[in-house]
Design a protein around this ligand. Structure first.
Ligand code: GRF
Length: 221
């Protein structure tokens, strides 16, 4: 058993929260030595809120309405997060761009998952763009969040082949299935302190992590 105390983990979502559910379940199963202390959504209609509640996880909604500017939204989000004393924060389909000041506050303990083999295909509609470019490989990336959008150091990637019959729907489903494996995996390493943030860079097993760890996933036969 790991002698280290369980991490306090906060998860931020905007949508259905399938990654959040995979991570929260992995915490409950003991696969990640962490406790999900809160799930925060920026939309009251985020489907993941009820999934979190079903798992017994406290939830909060911090909406960015027209009457609250970005700074007020971030201040409310930061206050809610700080109250949790989080050791780690997982952005899981959280569709807000966070300011450099906010990111700096949580630097080294905030992660994101992005549906591409970063640094390729930052931004939105990655599956569509990958198909349009006739790429042969695609995947997802878990990275530390820095002020550069989708630009923080990548820790772990899933890689899979794009097959001729793929549509945006089939490709996104296959990539998402891998997200539900690699995101809990990366957080488990962080909880075990195999993965760490030292002097502004990721470390793995006591060495600087200069290139991402890649896991290959094979298409179902
Ligand atoms: C995932 O595909 C993730 O890569 C991206 O947003 C999506 C979130 O899906 N950042 P879900 O809400 O976790 O189901």
């Amino acid at each position: 058993m790991n002698a280290v105390a369980p991490l306090r983990l906060a998860i931020l979502i905007s949508g259905r929260g399938s990654n959040m559910t995979a991570i929260a379940r992995a915490c409950l199963n003991g696969e990640i030595a962490a406790r999900t202390t809160i799930v925060i959504a920026d939309r009251a209609d985020a489907g993941g809120l009820s999934s979190a509640a079903d798992l017994g996880i406290p939830t909060a909604v911090i909406q960015r309405s027209t009457t609250r500017d970005a700074a007020a939204f971030e201040a409310a989000l930061a206050a809610t997060l700080e109250a949790q004393r989080p050791d780690a924060i997982a952005l899981a389909g959280f569709m807000r761009i966070l300011s450099a000041a906010f990111v700096t506050r949580f630097l080294g303990r905030m992660f994101n998952i992005h549906p591409s083999l970063l640094p390729a295909y930052r931004g939105l509609h990655t599956h569509r763009r990958v198909l349009a470019a006739r790429e042969t490989q695609h995947g997802a990336s878990v990275h530390f969040v820095t002020a550069e959008l989708d630009g923080g150091p990548v820790v772990l990637q899933s890689r899979l082949a794009v097959v001729p019959a793929d549509t945006e729907l089939t490709l996104s489903a296959r990539v998402q299935a891998t997200e539900h494996i690699i995101y809990p995996q990366a957080l488990a390493w962080f909880a075990q302190q195999r993965l760490a943030w030292r002097n502004g860079a990721p470390w793995f097993d006591g060495r600087p992590l200069t290139t991402p760890i890649v896991e290959d996933f094979h298409a179902p036969a």
